[in-house]
Design a binder for this molecule. Structure first.
Ligand code: GLU
Length: 477
């Protein structure tokens, strides 16, 4: 028999922005589809009118777009599918697998209290499950409100989860649950089944918190006479305290990671490692490598711990490996006018020199400022330590003289000139290196000093060194 095509979906509820957990679910679905040559769909589960907000839908779509997790059309909104749900509810009323339940909220509350007083488990009374048609009609004509409940058949419900293995539930443990509320609106478990079937979903990949919904959904598939998809539930993401990930630890929205300047590829690489690894030491993946290596059977069962240090490491590695042009495009994607006055070639040089020193695009922007304009701030500790008195000014003046006469402006020559100056003045090279760096960059650390000087160019270096003579030493005694 031919296997059905792979079709997966990500089905967020727009009751908040896309966070790490949701993004990871979307990524694993996307990877599964890409790896198997299938299709990835997006469905917005916006039936909860009070909590769903269009603004969140926009944010979720924007974040998925930024992550590059492209979905196939059509993009489905549950709020537009009321007709389909109504038809399916009627089908189930007609085929006798559901019934109208006229129990009032009061009656249910009383039954619950009674069960609790006896210390037993509460089960929804099946009062209306098998009432004669006549009686049903009478109640309907009397205008009694009702919910629609699924008649849970005897037996067991089994499924094989791709990650958690065989799962079996005794149907006796499942109440005749509601598929349509008294106002006619369908419930979550019901809409998901109708939609997954309509969309031809072959594999449902979602958070582990939905495992307990799966038997209920399987019973709905059975009642509707639809073939069920396969299931894979992903482990929870935990905070460093091994509790559910909270805002404190990074349950932050994807937008926040974007605003901090992480690249989408680095974030995806970090997300893919949250609960999955290829079974080798490899931890750094390009998008293509993720697609090639991804194997849902290698997803772990135990919760995946969010580890910010690891995110930083992965982000740093991605930045170091990215081409200068990729980095420039990524920065300009967020800030179109960034350093437009400078030549691309110069910017590329700067990025090449500096990309190994940061982990986010924002850091890179911050730490490269002095390549584009003269520093206005100078590290006061370095100034106090390395430029104590006017003797340093003498050294700098001599170095300026040599630089002015330099035949070639190349790192090796600038290095030789500095050492020659130090020798003339009978001091160690370090006595010059630190103040020179401070003067040209304002910083105590950075890339190799002579590469830095070469890149800044003669005019800029001499201008900054001269300026520094008027600024330092900070105290004059
Ligand atoms: N809308 C559900 C959620 O956001 C997901 C439903 C599903 O994947 O089946 O948790």
């Amino acid at each position: 028999m031919n296997k059905p095509p792979i079709r997966v979906r990500f089905a967020p509820s727009p009751t908040g922005q896309l966070h790490l957990g949701g993004a990871r679910t979307a990524l694993f679905n996307w990877l599964y589809a890409q790896h198997h040559g299938g299709e990835f769909f997006l469905r917005i589960e916006d039936t909860d009118r009070e909590r769903s907000k269009e603004e969140y839908t926009g944010q979720i779509i924007g974040s998925l777009d930024w992550l590059g997790l492209q979905w196939s059309e059509p993009l489905l909104f549950q709020s537009e599918r009321t007709g389909a749900y109504k038809n399916a509810i009627h089908k189930l009323l007609d085929n006798g697998s559901t019934y109208r339940c006229f129990l009032t909220r009061d009656e249910l509350d009383r039954a619950r209290e009674k069960a609790q007083a006896k210390g037993g488990d509460f089960r929804v009374p099946k009062t209306y499950r098998d009432i004669p048609l006549q009686e049903q009609k009478r109640l309907l004509n009397a205008g009694q409100s009702f919910t629609v409940r699924l008649k849970i058949p005897p037996g067991k419900t089994l499924f094989k989860d791709h990650i958690y293995g065989d799962i079996s539930v005794n149907n006796e443990e499942i109440d005749d649950f509601i598929i349509a509320r008294s106002d006619g609106t369908p419930t979550y478990n019901f809409t998901v089944v109708v939609d997954d079937y309509t969309m031809g979903i072959s594999h449902v990949i979602r958070g582990e918190d939905h495992i307990s919904n799966t038997p209920k959904q399987l019973l709905i598939y059975e009642a509707l006479g639809y073939p069920a998809p396969e299931f894979a539930h992903l482990p929870m993401i935990l905070g460093p305290d091994k509790k559910r990930l909270s805002k404190r630890h990074g349950a932050a929205g994807i937008q926040e990671f974007r605003d901090t300047g992480y690249s989408a590829d680095a974030l995806l690489n970090y997300l893919v490692m949250l609960g999955w690894n290829p079974g080798t030491e490899k931890e750094l993946f390009t998008r293509e490598e993720m697609v090639a290596h991804f194997d849902i059977r290698k997803v772990q069962k135990k919760g995946a711990v969010y580890d910010e240090k690891k995110l930083h490491w992965i982000a740093g590695q991605h930045l170091a490996r990215a081409s200068e042009d990729e980095i420039l495009q990524a920065i300009r994607g967020e800030e179109p006018n960034w350093q437009r006055h400078a030549k691309d070639e110069y910017i590329h040089h700067v990025l090449k020199l500096m990309k190994i020193r940061g982990k986010t695009l924002n850091e890179l922007k911050d730490m490269t400022g002095y390549f584009f304009s003269d520093p206005l701030k100078f590290d006061p500790n370095t100034a106090a330590k390395r430029w104590k008195d006017k003797s340093v000014n003498k050294l700098i003046e001599k170095y300026i003289q040599r630089l002015e006469n330099a035949a070639k402006w190349a790192a090796a020559d600038l290095d030789a000139a500095l050492r020659a100056t130090a020798e003339d003045m009978a001091v160690s090279a370090a006595k010059l290196i630190h103040p020179v760096r401070l003067a040209v960059s304002g910083q105590s650390q950075g890339p190799g000093l002579f590469e830095l000087l070469e890149l800044l160019g003669k005019m800029t270096c001499i201008r900054r060194l001269r300026k520094s003579l008027t600024i330092f030493p900070l105290t004059n005694d």
